[in-house]
Design a protein around this ligand. Structure first.
Ligand code: NAD
Length: 355
């Protein structure tokens, strides 16, 4: 029997509940501690799940020698400092998406991670969908051929996560729909493309509903509504990669779309076949005729799978499938879209300047 792994969480909001449920399903894993500055929430979650130790100060939780790993589940601007503190205290870390509020901040984790020799994983759940994993296997077997074009969309008609909360305040979130939802679908499609290096980015952002107080979804459990709305509610982008492939991205919290069904999807177009998900569908030419194939892939709980993978990496000293390098490149793509949107020009990542 391997050693018990003791986990602590920082942040007791909606997302922490998903992580806790994942840990509780695993043998030899104990949720030992949780920390939140909101005592009412902290006590609610700690009571419900019988978590023995509760803290309102993160450094006090990190001082627990028995803790092996931390789930960082706080607002985006805290991800980098809290991850660094955890690594420096000798803990493994799984950090919620997005890694940071920008790439420059994200890079600060590189050295502390190297020094710590601990596991760091970015929580990109869409890689853990059974459909994603199945399609990745097909792509690795070259079933789609060379993928040269892809599309990623995550469109909500009415879904701003709390106008006036940290989500809609740039200094706490880093941005709006793009950094919140776009990071999911962009990561899924980019990972399926083989994580090519982005070289040129053109983007646009709009804020047509949030500033007027419209399209609030009321998501979340703990949102303090004292802050502002200074982020986007729609972002679009075109990303060109070093293998000449192009990706088109569109993501909204609020947009007058006709059909909200299938409004979250990724498409990959290759020289030998194409794929769209979710649900997964493939197009392949067989004897000169196009065949639309609909594999029946069972659904799975992505949070459980992600947490299981994190624990497996700790136990077996493995590199997670969602690494720090991936997360930093993701932040560069998001930064590129924001920068291009503000200047009206494309951003060349190789030169690090606008064209
Ligand atoms: N993977 C997903 O599908 C998914 C879904 C939702 C949220 N998220 C991510 O998870 C993170 C948390 O989101 P959420 O929806 O749970 O937000 P939330 O606002 O519901 O919860 C955040 C919690 O952090 C606490 N907090 C703030 N400052 C703190 C500090 N200094 N120390 C300790 N606790 C502090 C708040 O009191 C709050 O309870 C975000 O980064 C978000 O992007 C991911």
């Amino acid at each position: 029997m391997s050693k018990q792994i003791n986990v602590g969480l920082v942040g007791a909001g909606w997302l922490s509940w998903q992580h806790i449920q994942g840990y509780r399903k695993l043998d030899g894993v104990k949720v030992l501690a949780i920390c939140d500055i909101n005592e009412a929430l902290l006590n609610k979650i700690a009571d419900e799940y019988n978590i023995p130790k509760r803290f309102t100060k993160y450094t006090d939780m990190l001082a627990l020698d028995k803790l092996d790993a931390i789930s960082v589940c706080t607002p985006n601007y805290l991800h980098v400092p809290q991850t660094i503190e955890a690594l420096e205290s000798g803990k493994h870390v799984i950090c919620e998406k997005p890694l940071s509020v920008n790439a420059e901040e994200a890079e600060k984790i590189v050295k502390p991670l190297e020094k710590s020799k601990k596991v760091f994983m970015i929580a990109q759940i869409m890689r853990f969908l059974n459909e994603s994993k199945y399609l990745k296997q097909l792509i690795n077997k070259n079933e789609l051929g060379k993928i040269y074009y892809a599309k990623a969309k995550y469109l909500r008609r009415h879904g701003i996560p709390g106008i006036g909360s940290w989500f809609t305040t740039k200094k706490y979130s880093g941005g709006g729909s793009l950094i919140d939802c776009g990071v999911h679908i962009l990561d899924q499609v980019w990972w399926l493309m083989g994580c090519p290096e982005p070289v040129e980015i053109f983007g646009s952002t709009y804020a047509e509903f949030g500033p007027r107080g419209l399209r609030d979804s009321g998501f979340g459990v703990s949102r303090n509504r004292t802050a502002s709305f200074d982020v986007e509610d729609l972002a679009t982008g075109i990303i060109k990669f070093n293998n000449a492939a192009t990706l088109f991205l569109e993501v909204s919290w609020a947009l007058n779309i006709i059909n909200e069904e299938n409004s979250v999807s990724g498409s990959l177009f290759g020289t030998e076949g194409g794929a769209q998900l979710s649900p997964l569908r493939l197009v392949k030419y067989i004897d000169g005729y196009p065949n639309i194939i609909e594999p029946k892939i069972s659904q799975n709980n992505v949070f459980d799978e992600e947490i299981k993978h994190f624990i497996d990496c700790i136990r077996n000293n493995k590199e997670p499938m969602a690494t720090l390098k991936h997360a930093i490149t993701m932040m560069k793509m998001l930064d590129g879209i924001y920068k291009s949107a503000s200047t009206g020009k494309s951003v060349n990542l190789k030169e690090g300047q606008n064209k």
